[in-house]
Ligand binder design. Structure first.
Ligand code: ADP
Length: 156
């Protein structure tokens, strides 16, 4: 049986921290859907289309990765895809409290759903999409925080 998980997030943009989570998960899962959530209230740095394109460019040679978008509840998206594992990353105790709440709500909405958390190593703890957005807004180059060969300018 194919072991499949969904990694949902905003990915605005996808960072080295997100890539670490994905790479670890591929030791455990055969297939991974990276699901970019559409939040119409939040105007991001990248359009949804460009967030997807950036992630597809990173994993273009890896057939185990699918990149999709979804709106509404993550639990509904998982049900629709027939996937019962959500993957999320953890940097610190703030992430933990947040993820625990969401995981419990998701389980209430869809009882078969389980969340698996991947801890990030110290060198990635300070990496976040919001730091990258801040650097870009100040005209700085965020390449060191992003997967290699990705130039954010191509997606703005
Ligand atoms: P969301 O808006 O849903 O939190 P993000 O794109 O910010 O979406 O993050 C998606 C997931 O990746 C979350 O579980 C978040 O905790 C995790 N994550 C973000 N940055 C890192 C990092 N540097 N190391 C590990 N996990 C991370």
């Amino acid at each position: 049986m194919t072991k499949k998980a969904i990694f949902p997030g905003s990915f605005d943009p996808f960072t080295l921290g997100h890539k670490f989570v994905v790479d670890q998960a591929l030791h455990v899962f055969d297939k991974l859907i990276i699901a970019v959530g559409i939040n119409s209230e939040k105007r991001g740095l990248l359009t949804i289309e460009n967030r997807v394109k950036l992630i597809r460019d990173i994993y273009s040679d890896d057939p185990r990765i699918e990149v999709k978008t979804f709106d509404g509840l993550t639990a509904d998206f998982c049900r629709k895809e027939g996937v019962q594992i959500i993957l999320r990353g953890l940097r610190n105790s703030v992430d933990f409290e947040y993820e625990r709440n969401i995981a419990q709500v998701n389980q209430t909405l869809y009882s078969k759903l389980q969340t698996i958390l991947i801890f990030t190593p110290a060198k990635y703890v300070a990496i976040s999409s919001s730091v990258i957005r801040e650097l870009v807004s100040l005209g700085a180059d965020p390449s060191a925080l992003m997967p290699k060969n990705i130039d954010i300018k191509n997606y703005l």
